[in-house]
Design a protein around this ligand. Structure first.
Ligand SMILES: [Zn+2]
Length: 119
């Protein structure tokens, strides 16, 4: 009994001393974050703002047809291709390569929010 108590006390001491010795922020990202293959658990919601951004991106290719033909992964700087598509509500986004598509597919609303469209 006392042996168990000693063990628990020692463990608690180690735990707390380790904590106080650590000066890094608590919310450091986990070293083994989820693999890219895992389905995202919490996507950002598609908002009015997202759709407005999509409409603007759509117009950027000269055709308002709900197809964002320019690659959003490249800030609409180059043409996308229909073989790398991403459907976001009514819009079909075309990307120029798999990597660009992956970046948006992970969390479309968040990626679109970060997209800067030049006027
Ligand atoms: Zn691209």
């Amino acid at each position: 009994m006392s042996k168990l108590f000693a063990y628990v006390a020692a463990a608690a001491f180690l735990f707390f001393s380790a904590c106080t010795a650590e000066s890094k922020p608590v919310e450091a990202p986990a070293p083994n974050a989820e693999p890219s293959a895992a389905a995202p658990t919490s996507l950002s919601p598609i908002t009015e703002e997202t759709l407005a951004k999509l409409a603007k991106a759509d117009a950027k290719d000269g055709n308002v047809d709900k197809v964002v033909h320019r690659c959003a992964g490249c800030a609409l700087g180059m043409d996308g291709e229909a073989k790398w598509p991403l459907q976001v509500q009514d819009y079909s986004m075309h990307f120029c390569k798999q990597a660009c598509l992956d970046r948006y597919a992970k969390d479309p609303a968040q990626a679109i929010a970060a997209l800067k469209i030049k006027d």
